[in-house]
Ligand binder design. Structure first.
Ligand code: HEC
Length: 225
């Protein structure tokens, strides 16, 4: 009992408990940066709606599953990525894709909002989304003389009936800002092999061009030729 307390509570606390943002030599900025206030509010909407029950926010290292190959991240997640997040919502199930880097995959707020309004809309024809829709985060308004500037822009065939528009409520807008704030691409000293903004690791199946990828790719990828 006391041994497990030492191992599971005290050990990690000693290692990580005093972690603070550090200057990143590649970007010249502190990492991590706190989320903007709107994104922070959106985090509460994410929490209130239980999004974490289907979505994880944790990219596993190469060799422990195919997260990076799937395009869920450009590097594995480290403790520092969560420094400003409390409570943590790493999630325990992956009914939907990992969202640790959804802000890199889908930076377009309108796309994120249309998907929340009705996930079916953004699916390829013939495919069905298992994600629930969140219509109560939106307001269906009778059109005034002009369309509201923040009304959703739908792909053809999905717009509401003539004379109406769908406008995101504050909850939906801040939730989209939170999703856009989810990205961890800054290279870190302990993870030097990954080029920011590219999926360098996933692309290293071919003989590595960049010298920094070489060791990792030959160690973890397809049988050596
Ligand atoms: C019942 C499980 C479930 C819940 C709850 C859920 N999702 Fe999803 N989500 C999915 C599934 C399955 C997909 C993949 C199909 C799709 O894109 O609609 C998905 C896809 C997504 C995507 C697109 C991911 C990508 O890689 O393109 C985003 C963004 C997203 N969900 C956000 C949310 C948010 C925000 C909430 C809470 C308001 C939420 N989800 C709640 C199951 C869920």
């Amino acid at each position: 009992m006391s041994l497990s307390w030492l191992g599971l509570v005290l050990g990690p606390q000693l290692q990580l408990g005093s972690q603070a943002p550090e200057m990143n030599d590649k970007t010249g900025q502190l990492y991590p940066q706190a989320r903007a206030g709107t994104a922070q509010q959106g985090r509460e909407v994410y929490r209130a709606n239980g999004c974490f029950s289907c979505h994880s926010q944790q990219v596993r290292p190469q060799g422990f599953g195919a997260d990076i190959e799937r395009g869920w991240g450009v590097r594995r997640t480290v403790a520092a990525d969560y420094l400003f997040d409390s409570p943590l919502m790493v999630g325990s199930q992956r009914i939907g894709p990992d969202l640790a880097n959804i802000g890199l995959r889908q930076p377009d707020a309108n796309q994120l909002l249309v998907h929340l309004y009705n996930p079916q809309i953004t699916m390829a024809t013939g495919q069905k989304s298992n994600m629930p829709s969140y219509p109560y985060l939106f307001e269906k308004r009778k059109l005034g003389r002009t369309i509201s500037p923040d009304a959703l822009k739908f792909p053809s065939g999905f717009a509401p009936e003539a004379g109406y528009e769908i406008v995101p409520r504050v909850e939906a807008r801040v939730l989209a800002e939170y999703l856009r704030s989810l990205h961890a691409e800054v290279p870190l000293i302990e993870l030097p092999s990954i080029t920011p903004g590219t999926n360098a690791v996933a692309e290293t199946n071919a003989p590595a061009a960049a010298p920094t990828n070489a060791a990792q790719s030959s160690a973890t990828n397809s049988p050596a030729k």
